[in-house]
Design a protein around this ligand. Sequence first.
Ligand SMILES: Nc1ncnc2c1ncn2[C@@H]1O[C@H](COP(=O)(O)OP(=O)(O)OP(=O)(O)O)[C@@H](O)[C@H]1O
Ligand SMILES: [Mg+2]
Length: 384
Amino acid sequence: MSDELYDPVANPYAPGAGTPPPALVGRDQVIGAADVALRRLKSSRTSQHTLITGLRGVGKTVLLGKLAAVAEHVGFRVIRVEAVGGDDTIRSVLRQARRIVDECDAGAKVGRALRSIESVSLTVVGTGVAFERRAGRSDREALADVLVDIAAVAAEQDLGVMVAIDEAQMLDRHDLRRLLAGVHRCGQDGLPLYCVLAGLPNLVGEVARAATYAERMFTVADLGPLTPDQVVQAIVQPAEEIGVVWSSEATEMIVDHSDGFPFFVQTWAYHTWNAATGEPISPADVERAEPNVDQALDSSFFAARIARIPASEVAYVQALASLGPGPHRSGDVAAAAGKSTPQVAAFRDRLIAEGLIYAPRYGWVEFAIPHFDRFVRRALPTQS
Ligand SMILES: Nc1ncnc2c1ncn2[C@@H]1O[C@H](COP(=O)(O)OP(=O)(O)OP(=O)(O)O)[C@@H](O)[C@H]1O
Ligand SMILES: [Mg+2]
């Protein structure tokens, strides 16, 4: 028998990675635009594709998942992958492409699609995509053909294909170029292929570098923090649905503590719910939740990231953190580390590749994780 006022099992909030929130707030415009884009593609009209960018915990994966659900609803088959370094991403794209082709009734275009999947498969070890005769040619460039050919197979069945790639800043630049070439050709041929790429803010630059025309193919949804009203809605609406009331002072406190970052909003709301002792949920309940929130953030969100920083890069991370919330000039970070900019360039580049920091514009850097500067100052104090 528990003595909580509010049942922790019924706690509606969803702190996590890619965990759908009980109220997905502030995204109606992006979702509405995607719905129109998908329907246009289905009726052989052209459309732009979507680039979702933003810092860690801002809701990119959740939005990608929502767009995938919208796509399925209007008759698209979805290829969804999270990019990791190496060939795993392409392996997964090929497997899912093969599955889509297999599920479609044998039409005229199927043989061609299978051949392009095979060409790329032969360049990647261990795709698990089996072919009866392995006599085809091996050609990584055929990745563009894979997209064009499966979109053609889908179109024959009055279906579309959505390619959704999360953490897309991790894609190999050549594979990104090949994929974009495929998306581009689908647009030229009037084929129903919709592409959504999600990643850290530097993804926009990566896409532009991969192909000169690519920028024009995408609408960028740069997700920032939620507005105060949206934070309140994210907290209050799911509670209201089950008859629980929050005081406005309590939600205001979470607006302040979270700075509008969705992951922090969910974490604060979740722990406050579990700590609450009165009706409505009050500022005292928020305060009571604080140690649990700090512990949850430190041990999961922040610690997982800091654990991956090699010792050689810690000094750079500490120097950046010592300057407070960013962005900061690369030169200032180097100076704070007692080094010159060229001396720290390799550390900066590696931290960017690991997704811990990013360059919002040339010559500037910032942590890709909200509030990370505070955490580093707390968890890794510099000896002085
Ligand atoms: N629009 C939203 N409204 C309310 N909560 C949200 C919203 N979007 C995401 N969240 C919550 O924020 C948290 C983080 O979401 P998500 O994992 O999608 O972020 P992300 O940007 O993909 O983070 P990362 O860069 O670490 O992968 C989840 O707990 C999710 O429930
Ligand atoms: Mg994510």
